[in-house]
Ligand binder design. Structure first.
Ligand code: NAG
Ligand code: NAG
Length: 991
């Protein structure tokens, strides 16, 4: 008995479209770190992208998808991550100093960006300093801008000033790449000026001016070298230029000699000696090593010893670059890494990490090889290799396209007629991956090797399998329907055609057939010999077809019976072949029809706990014998449930005497006979009305922290919990809560708010329902406790020396709030003279005011106000500048001629505001004191204006005055400061 299911040329739908290839890409694969000022916030576009439709999502490095926090963090629909400006009290490491990544997903796959560290920089009080320097005339001087290490990474030296004139690198002045100021061939005159550096904070944009430093110039004197500028380590990326500073003071001018790893360094090509030391262009990793700069003259030697590290950028490359393979095949990828030796390498498929498993192997010392066997459709997509080293990461990505490997017939033999003894060659050429196996049948009987048939096989250069079936000398019995079947793990394909061998026609004996009622069945008349006139089918002497369900294919002798019915179709079928006009031959086949069982559908009614239950399963039709079994949730019913099963003939029933919750489940009645197994399923639900297990209660939440509002309930079916919200303390008007990443309902029904914000305060209602009995609900109030925040304060402020100054900070948050003031890490307390702190509450706010009376020069600097409550603290940093009259300049008479006098003077302390001009006054020798404005000569502002600042050399023409003592004063601006008093008095002998 056999059942023939004929499905020719079947092939699976080709689900992988090639045009989806490479629609994913990276827009900014080198972005590793985003540093921004807390006061400005930042926008970070997703480094990964794709051709629309693309979905961009941000995650934390831990894999948690990030959620919007109103006013703090937001992901725009275009995939840009925004972190809003925030006060220090809102700083959250999770949000403001964390590693993120972004993914891009299209229908062709999903890629994951490199890790991006997002870091907020808070405003810090800091000052930059310059120290006085000593040097010898004709030698070199080096000023360095000293930056506190806490902010060093963010600060750059933007310029150097000589008095108030900005210096540009030129013949004698040089600003190095590290921000130092070199003065070459120092002149006595260089000692007359004040030098200072100007810095800028890369992220907050704040600029700072250092103090003024002086240069003391001495006459050259024989001396051993002493180091002015050096280094102990330097880092550079390959390809960059790097300067290794080495500069010394000494007389005579010392010689410089460089050694690398204790070998003299050849200074040519990429290595050049410069004024500041050694310059290496286009660095290579091999330039790394220890460098020694030996400085010597005839009085001695000094050394600078330092290390240089040249790093290659981290880079990962996957090969092969393009992978096109087939379902079922093996795919191997390998990842090569440059820029590090001890890397941590991981593989990702469509954004998910790949771990070794049944079909996935990861080999190599650094896990650099990925081998995957038996690829299935879902294994196609984007593959990425990530390499991580310290805080850096790099990745590469390839798209693996999996084609459908289902066998396909490329070409095959066709129907033909041959004469006896003629050789016959049948061919089937098939494509598929993995390579398909080809088998042959003749009239449904397998053709084995040997006998008169020879089967051979070859693989073409295109990778097609070609199978030949050769018959060297055909005989009548070799005729019939030949079929080649190509088979691989991805599927199967069949091809068949008749080969007619000339000779007397006859029919091979046929095997009886069992058909299943309700399905289709095929019967083949196994004719051999050729020619013949016709093939006809009869049942009980009636020529087929005699009803609409029968189709007889006259040319090949196939009979199809659709929707088989037992009463009509069972019986003997005869195939009759007309060999000659008067000669026919026939063979019969018996078709038995088996009827599968049919279960009368049943449905469980609504049950309540404790009830008695009887459920019958009745098989209303189908061939006997029938066996009936039961399952609960896909498994045999456990004896412990106390369920009794009674089987009688074609029925089976369940009895439960005391229904409890454990009886809940899906019950299946399975009826089986010779033809088939059928089943019917129904769900038994023991209903229990909802009841609270944990009721919500009023709760506090802290701004920026997580809070869980507890609520859980039981009942059957398991109740659903819905939360509603009414903002604020007014009469509750409950609205559904928009659940998002920030607000989630946990599996136990509690509500999780991951990052509480002020707007979350209000009434919450937990509503429980399961369609059994009445719903239950309960409300609660969430109070949001706000940590102390400074909401307003001046960043910078000015005061006039000797007068009163008030500075205020406004704080907000949960009361009580304490506000404390500090001056550069020293707490200001009531015992301190001149300082007075007063605090008042105004509505929701607390305003604290610091009064200074009177202000003095030393008050200039950083004050901070700190607001503290039980939930957190915040601070505001205020830079106070106390302005005062400038210090008098130091004056010196350079030259006195008959009609001219040359004066030279040096600027003193500017009183914290730019010098606008110098006034030169003189008085008559006989006058006892500095006169008022009468009879004075002035250096007009034109010769000493802020835009063309102070000229220290001035020639005056004493025409009608009798020149005697001089006085020089500087006037500051703004602030209407008093004019300088007469302090510098010089006597000049007039000729
Ligand atoms: C994304 O949208 C935001 C807000 O509309 C906008 O500020 C930003 O520039 C956009 N970024 C890109 C890359 O288009
Ligand atoms: C086919 O079935 C008929 C009727 O049941 C039986 O008489 C005959 O022997 C069977 N033939 C074969 C080959 O099994």
């Amino acid at each position: 008995m056999w059942i023939l299911a004929l499905s020719l040329f079947q092939s699976f739908a080709n689900v992988f479209s090639e045009e989806a290839h490479s629609s994913l890409y990276f827009v900014n694969a080198s972005l590793q770190e985003v540093v921004f000022a807390s006061t400005s916030g930042t926008l970070v576009p997703c480094p990964a992208a794709g051709i629309p439709p693309v979905t961009l999502r941000w995650y934390l490095a831990t894999g948690e998808e990030i959620y919007d926090v109103p006013g703090i963090r937001h992901v725009h629909p275009n995939g840009t991550l925004q972190i809003f400006p925030f006060p220090p009290s809102s700083f959250s490491t999770l949000i403001h100093d964390n590693t993120y990544y972004c993914t891009a997903e299209t229908p062709s796959g999903k890629i994951r960006s490199q890790d991006v560290h997002i870091k907020a920089v808070l405003r810090e009080p800091y000052t930059v300093r310059v120290e006085d320097q000593k040097t010898m005339r004709g030698n070199v001087a080096v000023f360095k801008c000293i930056i506190p290490s806490s902010v060093e990474a963010y600060i750059t030296v933007v310029s150097w000033e000589k008095d108030t004139v900005s210096l540009v690198s030129g013949s004698r002045f040089l600003i190095t790449s590290t921000g130092a100021l070199y003065i070459k061939d120092v002149q006595n005159e260089d000692g007359l000026y004040n030098y200072r550096c100007i810095t800028r904070h890369r992220y907050t944009g704040e600029t700072r001016q250092s103090n003024s430093a002086r240069l003391f110039v001495s006459d050259p004197a024989n001396s051993a070298p002493s180091i002015l500028d050096g280094f102990d380590h330097r880092k550079a990326m390959a390809g960059q230029r790097v300067e290794l500073p080495c500069k010394a003071l000494g007389h005579p001018e010392p010689d410089y000699r460089w050694l690398k790893d204790n070998m003299p360094l050849e200074l040519s090509g990429r290595f050049q000696k410069t004024v500041t030391g050694l310059l290496i262009e286009n660095t290579r990793p091999s330039d790394s090593g220890s460098y020694v700069c030996e400085v010597s003259n005839r009085y001695g030697t000094a050394k600078v010893i330092g290390r240089l590290y040249v790093k290659q950028p981290l880079k990962a490359t996957i090969s092969p670059r393009k992978v096109k393979s087939s379902v079922g095949s093996q795919v191997s990828l390998s990842c090569s890494v440059t820029g590090t030796e001890d890397q941590e390498l991981s593989w990702y498929r469509n954004g998910e990490i790949l771990n070794p498993g049944k079909n996935v192997r990861i080999t190599g010392i650094n896990h650099e090889n990925l081998i995957m066997d038996h690829m299935v459709k879902s294994d196609g997509g984007a593959y990425q290799c990530f390499v991580r080293k310290d805080k850096l990461s790099a990745q590469d990505y390839v798209q693996v396209v999996l084609e459908d490997g289902t066998p396909k017939i490329i070409s095959a033999f066709s129907e033909k007629v041959v004469s006896p003894a003629e050789p016959v060659s049948l061919m089937c050429s098939v494509k598929g991956t993995p390579l398909p196996t080809i088998t042959w049948t003749l009239d449904d009987d397998p053709i084995l090797k040997g006998g008169g048939h020879r089967i051979s096989q070859m693989i073409t250069s295109e990778g097609n399998v070609v199978s030949y079936l050769n018959i060297s000398s055909s005989q009548v019995r070799d005729g019939g329907v030949y079929r080649c079947t190509a088979n691989n793990s991805a599927g199967v394909v069949l091809y068949q055609a008749r080969i007619n061998v000339r000779g007397p026609a006859s029919i091979r004996p046929m095997k009886n057939i069992t058909a299943i009622a309700g399905r289709d069945t095929y019967i083949h008349c196994r004719v051999i010999g050729y020619p013949y006139y016709s093939i006809k089918w009869y049942k009980n002497s009636n020529l087929l077809p005699f009803n609409h369900r029968q189709v007889a294919f006259e040319n090949n002798g196939t009979l199809k019976l659709s929707d088989v019915q037992k009463e009509v179709d069972e019986g003997e079928y005869t195939c009759n072949v007309l060999v000659q006009p008067q000669l026919s031959t026939s063979q019969s086949v018996h078709v038995t029809v088996k009827v599968p069982p049919f279960i009368q559908p049943f449905e469980f009614p609504r049950f309540s706990i404790g009830q008695r239950v009887f459920i019958p399963c009745v098989v209303v039709s189908g061939d006997l014998p029938i066996t009936i079994t039961w399952q609960k949730d896909g498994r045999p019913i456990p004896a412990s449930l106390g369920v009794t099963i009674d089987n009688i003939d074609f029925t089976s029933s369940l009895r439960i005497s005391n229904l409890s919750l454990m009886h809940n489940g899906n019950y299946t009645c399975i009826a089986r006979n010779e033809a088939a197994a059928v089943e019917h399923q129904s769900q038994l639900i023991v209903r229990v009305p909802p009841k609270f297990v944990v009721q919500p209660r009023d709760q506090d939440g802290i701004y920026g922290k997580a809070v869980i509002l507890n609520c859980s309930a039981e009942g059957y079916p398991v109740p659903t919990i819905v939360w509603k919200f009414s903002k604020g303390a007014g009469v509750p008007q409950f609205q559904p809560i928009a659940l998002n990443g920030r607000i989630q309902v946990l599996s136990n029904g509690s509500l999780l708010i991951k990052h509480v914000v002020e707007e979350d305060s209000g009434y919450y209602l937990c509503k429980v329902s399961n369609d059994v009995g009445a719903d239950v609900s309960k409300s609660m109030y969430l109070t949001v406790k706000i940590p102390a925040m400074i909401t307003s304060y001046p960043n910078t402020t000015l005061a006039t020396q000797g007068q009163k100054k008030e500075m205020s900070c406004t704080a907000h948050g949960e009361k009580p709030i304490i506000v404390r003031w500090e001056k550069e890490d020293r707490v200001i307390n009531p015992e301190m003279a001149r300082y007075l702190v007063s605090t008042k509450e105004a509505g929701e706010e607390v305003i604290s005011t610091l009064q200074i009376l009177p202000t003095v020069r030393e008050d200039s600097g950083f004050f901070s106000c700190h607001a503290i409550n039980s939930y957190g603290e915040d601070r505001g940093i205020i830079q106070l500048t106390v302005q005062e009259p400038p210090d008098p300049p130091e004056i010196e008479i350079k030259d006195v001629k008959a009609r001219t006098i040359t004066l030279r003077w040096t600027m003193g302390f500017d009183g914290n505001s730019p010098i606008t001009g110098y006034d030169i006054e003189c008085k008559n020798k006989s006058a006892s004191a500095c006169p008022p404005r009468t009879g004075l000569a002035r250096a007009s502002p034109a010769t000493s204006s802020p835009s063309r600042p102070t000229r220290q050399l001035l020639t005056v023409h004493p025409r009608k005055f009798t020149w005697s003592p001089y006085r020089l004063g500087a006037s500051g601006s703004p602030g209407r400061l008093p004019r300088n008093t007469c302090k510098t008095v010089l006597s000049v002998a007039t000729r």
